[in-house]
Design a protein around this ligand. Structure first.
Ligand code: F6P
Length: 360
C-alpha cells in the first residue's frame, strides 16, 4: 500500500544530514512509498505546513552535500533545552497542533534526525501519539545508547586537520598553539582529535584541569628540547572549581553558548610560562562541509534502518550503532543522559600511557 512518510531535521546542522535524507527517501521510494521533507525543523509540521517532495533530481548529489536541504532550527517553538542542557516540556496545545499537522499531511511515519534536544522532542511527540522514529545526529557524540552519532567523524576529521596545520606553524615559531574545539559538555571531539593529531595537552570537560599541571607538561617538553606544544581544549573544559566558560551574549530561553575557554587557557599559559602562545577557535567549521566516508556510510545505514523501523511500526525507537551493527533502542534510552568520555576507557588510558597531559 502506498504510504507517505516525513523526514525532519532539528537542532544544529552537521555533515551527513543530507545523506540520511537521501537514504530515507530512496529506500521509501523502493518500497513504493512517498517521502516528504519537512522544512525548517518541527515548525514545518504546523499548518500551513512547509514540505517538499523528496524525489527525482532533488536526491541527486545529496550523499556528499553538507548542511541540510530542509533547513533546521535550534530555537523557536520546539527548542527543547535551556541553560546547561535542562530539558523543557512542550505545551499540550503545541503537541496537539503538531499531531494535527502530521494527520493533515497523511504521514504514516516521521523520521526525526536530531541530537539530544530534537530527540527529546521526538519522544514527547511519540508519547502524544505521533508515529515517529529517530536517527542520532550530533558532532558532539554525546547521545546515550549509541556508540556513535553521525557527524562526529566529520567533525573529528576537521579538528584533526586543524591540529596538523597548527603543528607546523607552532614548530616554525616555537610557540604554544591552543585549539578550542566544540563538543558541549562531552570531550569526544577533543580527545579523538587530540590523539589523532598528537597533541601534548588535551583538556576535556570530564577532567577538571589545573594550570600548574599544564605548565609542568610544557616545561618538561622545553627541558627535553621540544620548543613548541599543541594544546587541544574542549569548549566545555573548565578549571577545577571554576564554572563553564560561556560566550558573553547568552541567549534567552536557549541552551547556554559555551566558548572562550581556549583564550583563557592561552592567556594563562603565556603569563605563567613566558612562552609565546596563540589560540584558534575552530567553531562552526566543524559543522560545515560534506561528510567523511565513514559518516556517508553510517548515514546511509541509519537512513535505511529508520525506514525499516517505520515498516515494522516500531515507533518511539531510534536507530543506534553498536559497533558491529545498526540496531534500534527506545528513544527514551538515548535522551536526557549525556554520554561523556569514560575516565577508565581506552581513550583516556591511552592518552595517559603516552604522557599526554589531561590537566589533572
Ligand atoms: O551541539 C552541536 C554544537 O555545535 C555544539 O558543539 C556547540 O556548543 C553548539 O552546537 C553551537 O551551537 P550554535 O550553532 O547555536 O552556535
Amino acid at each position: 500500500m502506498t504510504q507517505t512518510i516525513g523526514v525532519v531535521t532539528g537542532g544544529g546542522d552537521c555533515p551527513g544530514l543530507n545523506a540520511v535524507i537521501r537514504a530515507v527517501a530512496k529506500s521509501a521510494i523502493r518500497r513504493g512509498w512517498k517521502a516528504v521533507g519537512i522544512q525548517g525543523g518541527y515548525e514545518g509540521l504546523l499548518a500551513p505546513q512547509r514540505t517538499i517532495p523528496l524525489e527525482g533530481d532533488l536526491l541527486a548529489g545529496l550523499l556528499v552535500r553538507g548542511g541540510t536541504i530542509l533547513g533546521t532550527a535550534n530555537q523557536g517553538l520546539f527548542s527543547a533545552k535551556v541553560g546547561h542542557g535542562e530539558s523543557r516540556r512542550l505545551p499540550v496545545e503545541l503537541l496537539d497542533r503538531t499531531k494535527r499537522g502530521c494527520e493533515q499531511l497523511g504521514l504514516a511515519g516521521l523520521v526525526s534526525i536530531g541530537g539530544d534536544g530534537s530527540l527529546s522532542i521526538a519522544q514527547q511527540l511519540h508519547e502524544h501519539g505521533i508515529p515517529i522514529v529517530g536517527v542520532p545526529k550530533t558532532i558532539d557524540n554525546d547521545l546515550a545508547a549509541t556508540l556513535m552519532t553521525f557527524g562526529f567523524d566529520s567533525a573529528v576529521a576537521c579538528a584533526t586537520d586543524a591540529v596538523d596545520r597548527l603543528h607546523s606553524t607552532a614548530e616554525s615559531h616555537q610557540r604554544v598553539m591552543v585549539l578550542e574545539v566544540m563538543g558541549r559538555y562531552a570531550g569526544w571531539i577533543a580527545i579523538y582529535s587530540g590523539l589523532a593529531g598528537g597533541a601534548d595537552v588535551i583538556l576535556i570537560p570530564e577532567v577538571p584541569f589545573r594550570y600548574e599541571s599544564i605548565c609542568a607538561k610544557l616545561h618538561e617538553r622545553r627541558q627535553a628540547g621540544k620548543l613548541f606544544s599543541i594544546v587541544v581544549v574542549a569548549e566545555g573544559a573548565r578549571e577545577a572549581g571554576a564554572d563553564f566558560v560561556t560566550s558573553t551574549h547568552q541567549p534567552q530561553n536557549r541552551e547556554a553558548r559555551l566558548g572562550g575557554i581556549g583564550a583563557q587557557v592561552a592567556e594563562q599559559i603565556q603569563e605563567r610560562t613566558g612562552q609565546e602562545t596563540r589560540v584558534v577557535v575552530l567553531g562552526h567549521l566543524q559543522r560545515g562541509g560534506g561528510p567523511t566516508n565513514m559518516d556517508r556510510a553510517l548515514c546511509t545505514i541509519f537512513g535505511t534502518k529508520a525506514v525499516e523501523l517505520i515498516a515494522q511500526q516500531r515507533f518511539g525507537e531510534m536507530v543506534a550503532f553498536t559497533g558491529s551493527q545498526v540496531a534500534s533502542v527506545p528513544i527514551l534510552d538515548a535522551v536526557g543522559r549525556l554520554r561523556t568520555v569514560p575516565l577508565d576507557g581506552g581513550f583516556v588510558m591511552s592518552a595517559r600511557s603516552l604522557g599526554i597531559c589531561l590537566g589533572d
